[in-house]
Design a binder for this molecule. Structure first.
Ligand SMILES: Nc1ncnc2c1ncn2[C@@H]1O[C@H](COP(=O)(O)OP(=O)(O)OP(=O)(O)O)[C@@H](O)[C@H]1O
Ligand SMILES: [Mg+2]
Length: 502
């Protein structure tokens, strides 16, 4: 089949990093091409070279059979290539419709913007994606998931022939993901070619026709998805067999460290649980069940209406995030883009930001040396791909940014570590590295709360599991009792009270 788009032998270097060594990719009409590879393998860079955001150092690009170079994102967009970037690119102060049609507002023959038409077209796009908000809404008021859907609506509005989606479902609920998949199938039927970048194996096998594998900036293989198994695909990605994805550490937990009693607040009603030393409590539930809200309440980032939190028998009920931190309760946000990292600052600064007080003993040089050492240790421990600790974190690949966020939390030597979706956007190999690190800290007695939408992750790593349902505790399970089915039943509110563990 003649590809719509073909890139061959692409090379691209940045100071200190050769991001693409010899990368190739083809996009076929009416087919979805998955692009997979570990964090930092060069997937996003390839897409930026392709759309003309970056120039290439070497290699060829053929668009509709002709050798081409796009001198900027506008050129590729006009040629018919649409891209949904890994990072959101919306303007929060503008409405949904203004964002979708930014820079190409409908102008009538008197030179006036035809607002009515713009909003009507935007609403039609939202409807096509089954979205419940209208296009007059300000983007800044939408959830991250809805903002992602606006990015998708925007790319659809261009009526492109090739559409690139760089980890589009990271912030989406299951229903939103289904709407996206339905639209992808529509686009396929119209003959569009799609590039789908994701770390979620399930999605690749569900929606993609072919898969291209990158490793270290190089093309490894292109295969039809149906000829592969999950294991064989992972093996191509990481270059070795990956066994035992969830390395659970079995140990008898210590005494009770954290006790949460009847906690209530926005989106959370009367939740109680305990957490021991050296224990991992998994928190499961559907998106919107109040998991993140519960954690924010616990940590002091949301106002509490009722309830108490005890740490080692002391009342540590938090009123502000500083209270949580001061008590050694550290929360690593699911949304590292909004309240996680400072993208313009270096890896070092981002990592040691919250841990600064630990380096504040002794004089200036001593402090500096200690910081340097600790950051260096964590970069090695987490295998973070960066040319140096001075690199701006915005220049790291998405997954490597996530590793920095987790390292930052651990650096403060917390008593209780709350990880909210810690492996979102992280590749399979690095996921396992993160699990092993979590276990290492668990062995040292750290108490961990693991909030995750990925059922296998919760099941594979937790000692006990709390399931949230509509802001309440929908069930609590020991590791032995928990199965995919029982967790799912509790998440949708089908749990019978007699099954509850007290
Ligand atoms: N503008 C830039 N300046 C310097 N280095 C960069 C820049 N953009 C990307 N890199 C580096 O190039 C390499 C490839 O990054 P890229 O973002 O393409 O990876 P990726 O495959 O998309 O990873 P992920 O799955 O984590 O999103 C990484 O080492 C990254 O740090
Ligand atoms: Mg990327």
């Amino acid at each position: 089949m003649q590809p719509l788009l073909q890139l061959q032998g692409i090379e691209k270097s940045f100071p200190g990093v050769k991001a693409l060594k010899s990368a190739s990719l083809a996009v076929y009409p009416g087919r979805v091409m998955a692009l997979v590879g570990e964090n930092g393998a060069g997937k996003s860079t390839m897409m930026k070279v392709l759309t003309g955001i970056y120039s290439r150092d070497a290699g060829s690009l053929r668009w509709l059979g002709e050798e081409t170079t796009f001198n900027g994102p506008k050129a590729s967009q006009e040629a018919g290539i649409g891209i949904i970037h890994q990072e959101l690119n919306l303007i929060p102060q503008l409405t949904v419709a203004e964002n979708i049609f930014l820079g190409r507002e409908f102008v009538n023959r008197f030179g006036r913007i035809n607002w009515k038409k713009m909003y009507a077209e935007a609403d039609a796009l939202l409807k096509r994606l089954n979205l419940r908000f209208n296009s007059h809404k300000l983007v800044g008021e939408l959830s991250i998931g809805d903002q992602q859907m606006v990015e998708i609506a925007k790319v659809l509005s261009f009526k492109s022939q090739v559409i690139i989606m760089d980890e589009p479902t990271d912030a989406l609920t299951d229903t939103e993901t289904l709407s996206l998949f339905r639209v992808i199938n529509e686009l396929k039927a119209q003959g569009c070619g799609i590039v789908y970048i994701s770390h979620r194996m399930k999605e690749i096998f569900e929606i993609c026709d072919d898969v291209t594998v990158f490793r270290d900036g190089q093309f490894i293989a292109e295969r039809p998805v149906q000829t592969l198994s999950e294991e064989s695909l992972i093996e191509m990605m990481v270059g070795r067999k990956l066994e035992d994805q969830y390395p659970r550490l079995d140990q008898t937990p210590g005494e009770i460290r954290l006790k949460v009693e009847n906690l209530s607040g926005p989106g959370v009603h009367d939740v109680s649980f305990t957490l021991r030393k050296g224990e991992i409590l998994g928190v499961s539930g559907l998106m919107g069940a109040g998991r993140t809200e519960l954690m924010k309440l616990l940590y002091g980032a949301l106002p509490r209406t009722q309830g108490r939190v005890w740490l080692d028998g002391r009342d540590v009920t938090a009123r502000a995030p500083q209270d949580g931190l001061a008590n050694g309760i550290v929360y690593i946000s699911e949304d590292r883009k909004r309240d996680g990292l400072v993208l313009g600052m270096s890896v070092k600064e981002n990592m040691s930001l919250t841990a600064l007080r630990y380096f504040s003993h002794g004089g200036g040089t001593l402090k500096h040396a200690a910081e340097q050492l600790a950051v260096g240790d964590f970069i090695r421990l987490f295998n973070i791909k960066t040319p140096s600790m001075e690199q701006a974190i915005g220049l790291l690949s998405g997954g490597n940014q996530q590793k920095v966020a987790i390292a930052r939390g651990l650096m403060t030597r917390p008593n209780v570590l709350i990880l909210d979706e810690p492996t979102r956007g992280v590749d399979v190999g690095a996921k396992k590295e993160i699990y092993q690190l979590i276990n290492q800290f668990k062995a040292e007695g750290l108490s961990i709360i693991l909030v995750s939408s990925e059922m296998p992750e919760v099941l594979g790593m937790s000692d006990r599991i709390l399931v949230m349902h509509e802001g309440r505790c929908g069930g609590e399970f020991t590791r032995e009792q928990a199965t995919q089915e029982s967790l799912m039943a509790a998440a949708v509110g089908k749990q019978h009270s007699e099954d509850l563990v007290v």
